[in-house]
Design a protein around this ligand. Structure first.
Ligand code: NDP
Ligand code: 2IT
Length: 444
């Protein structure tokens, strides 16, 4: 980085102690945009960086809820309203014991640039709680969601801030949150996305993040005259994003050999087919069990570690942040992996990113490759405002176009001599869009 940007980064580090994930996300963006900041004085004069790393607003609140034994529990709730230069704050809610302000600020910061890449009029935000839905009954999850919404409802609205799902928040939680929002506000509107299709949700939203991640991988592969067909694919995670990434790879003729959860991964050398994937959907979305059951049922192996040692052509990290470190990245490259499309947010740490960059493999940052989820949330907002619904194919075609456009933009801004730097392409193009919006709107 240039010394001016180094100085800026040091200031940001001083101002945000104990926020490693947030600082990691900021550093990654600043490294790529530092030539722009240096060459374009208008951004420097307007203190653009100092402003863009500061959330417009952060809410932190107490969430008391009763469990099935009548005991009162307390969790911490958050909403980070990061940047509204391009539209209402938009971004998911994460319910996971690891949630803290650093994690949500990193996610909110990434969301600003991701949302800009979609080309839709949405700003960036994120929220959630350290509540752990795992092992909780439906009643307990509902009790938590209702209490969470009593506070969150004061800060959101369809033109202000539109939450959706993320880790630990799927259509069940969105249902409980929406029901409570409606009861408190007496409005039926598009304040939340990821709703079920029969009460205001969009076709293809459930599939969108995973499908989009694979559409993006396909575009990257096409730049080398390749495609997903007949490729060996390693996927981490077995939640919403992993499930539909898996489905799209199967549909496009690729072979998915792993899925995982926080306890380990299953390796199915025959490939996961649609029937086996149905078992995963039942296991994870209905029975809420562990991935090991797949290995027992289909007679394949289960390993208590991450799946990155398994040889593959394409890797789709779809679980969580920093799930690929330097040695994982080296192992992947050594085993022949030449395409990584991030379904998760920031799944690669800084050393892993450098390893892939040095190896010149195809590597897309989540803010580009997983943008299909929030883009389809944007389409859900449009349909809610129009009070109509589009068909699955209509939404899927729009999603495909959005992913194609994001890929084209990344190539345009990220092309280097013999390599496309997708990180640079995504960071520079989205930064310019957000920064110009902020400049136009004055010193707010
Ligand atoms: P889910 O809650 O549906 O699934 C999460 C999956 O990741 C589970 O298999 C979970 O395993 C695993 N996982 C979570 N935390 C860890 C951890 N610390 N270590 C190992 N495995 C872990 O979430 P999603 O599929 O929705 O989200 C996955 C990723 O995709 C996240 O990074 C999210 O931010 C990102 N994303 C999601 C979008 C969406 O539309 N849902 C949009 C764009 C990005 P276990 O059950 O054992 O915890
Ligand atoms: O990280 C993400 O983009 C999401 N969790 C989806 C956000 C959304 O508003 O659909």
């Amino acid at each position: 980085m240039s010394s001016a940007v180094d100085t800026l980064m040091n200031e940001i580090i001083k101002k945000n102690p104990n926020q490693p994930e947030f600082l990691q996300a900021v550093q990654e963006v600043l490294e790529d945009i530092s030539p722009i900041i240096k060459s374009d004085i208008k951004y420097k004069d307007a203190n653009l960086i100092e402003r863009i790393v500061e959330p417009e607003r952060v809410f932190i609140f107490r969430v008391p809820w009763l469990d099935d034994n009548g005991k009162l529990n307390v969790n911490r709730g958050y909403r980070v309203q990061f940047n509204s230069a391009l539209g209402p704050y938009k971004g998911g809610l994460r319910f996971h014991p690891t949630v803290n302000l650093s994690v949500l600020k990193f996610l909110g910061f990434e969301q600003i640039f991701k949302n800009a890449l979609t080309g839709l009029p949405i700003g960036g935000g994120k929220g959630g709680s350290d509540f752990d839905p795992r092992g909780k009954s439906n009643n307990e999850v509902m009790s938590f969601c209702q209490s969470f919404m009593i506070e969150l409802s004061k800060y959101i609205g369809y033109s202000t801030d539109v939450p959706a799902g993320d880790i630990g928040v799927g259509s069940r939680e969105i249902g409980f949150l929406f029901g409570q929002y409606k009861r408190l506000k007496n409005v039926f509107d598009g304040t939340l996305t990821g709703k079920k299709i029969n009460w205001g949700g969009s076709q293809a939203r459930t599939e969108a993040t995973g499908y989009g991640t694979v559409y993006f991988a396909e575009h990257m592969l096409n730049t080398r005259g390749e495609s997903i067909k007949n490729k060996n694919v390693v996927i981490s995670g077995s939640g919403n994003v992993a499930q539909y990434a898996c489905k799209k790879v199967i549909e496009l003729g690729g072979k998915v050999v792993t899925l995982s959860d926080s306890s380990g991964y299953i390796y199915d050398q025959n490939g996961i087919d649609l029937e086996k994937l149905d078992f995963i959907l039942q296991l994870k979305n209905v029975r809420r069990g562990r991935i090991k059951e797949y290995a027992d049922k289909f007679n394949c192996s289960f390993h208590e570690e991450k799946p990155w040692k398994v040889p593959c052509d394409v890797a789709l990290p779809c679980a969580t942040q920093n799930e690929i470190n330097q040695s994982d990245a080296e192992q992947l490259v050594k085993n022949g992996c030449f395409c990584v499309s991030e379904g998760a947010n920031m799944p690669c740490d800084a050393d892993a990113i450098s390893t892939f960059k040095m190896a010149k493999i195809l590597h897309a940052p989540g803010k580009a490759s997983n943008a299909g989820g929030v883009a389809t949330s944007g389409l859900e907002m449009s349909q809610n405002s129009l009070r109509l619904s589009w068909s699955f194919d209509e939404v899927d075609i729009k999603l495909q176009n959005i992913m194609k456009n994001i890929h084209t933009t990344c190539v345009e801004y990220g092309k280097e001599k013999d390599y496309i730097n997708y990180f640079k392409g995504a960071n520079i193009s989205s930064f310019i869009k957000v920064a110009d919006g902020m400049l136009d709107q004055g010193s707010v």
